[in-house]
Design a binder for this molecule. Structure first.
Ligand code: FES
Length: 160
């Protein structure tokens, strides 16, 4: 029996790649891909991950038409500002029960979440809120009102 030589393979039917070469090449491609993803990750690192929060102090301009005892709620703030004959004061509109934003109205403040009600001075008229709404510091400088949401003052404190 004679051994027949294999016919030469054509370009359309190439020699299969040995397993060892295939594993080596796939390992190289994997390392290259991991390196590329790592570089993209490093490019994202310098970006700030924390957003700036708005200042607790803000200036308020009360409308001329604001009636005595009527609440003015500055846009984007959880504060109701009042003006009457004794001066200006600000009350937080964050409910002391679980932190919902209360709505000022003719009867005082009403919490839409669990039904707490507060008098005009922030004291509780109906629970479950455990405490009165805190009064916030208001200061006047050069005719400009500044409310500090981060500082509470005793109830009844008004600035002229
Ligand atoms: S959060 Fe206002 S009553 Fe519960």
């Amino acid at each position: 029996m004679t051994l027949q030589p294999k016919p030469p393979r054509s370009r359309l039917d190439p020699e299969p790649m040995p397993r060892r070469d295939w594993l080596g090449l796939s390992g190289l491609w994997s390392m290259g891909g991991a390196l590329l993803f790592g570089m993209f990750g490093m490019l994202k690192l310098p970006k700030a991950a924390v957003l700036a929060s708005p200042s607790k102090k803000f200036k308020v301009t009360l409308p001329e038409t604001l009636a005595a005892g009527e609440a003015f709620v500055p846009s984007g703030r959880s504060v109701a500002v009042f003006r009457d004959a004794e001066g200006v004061h600000a009350i937080s509109t964050i409910c002391t029960h679980l932190g919902c934003v209360v709505k000022p109205g003719a009867e005082g403040f009403e919490c839409p979440c669990h039904g707490s009600r507060f008098h005009h001075d922030g004291s509780v008229s109906r629970g479950p809120a455990p405490r009165a709404l805190p009064w916030l510091k208001v200061s006047v400088s050069g005719g400009i009102l500044t409310v500090d949401e981060g500082t509470t003052v005793p109830s009844g404190t008004k600035v002229a």
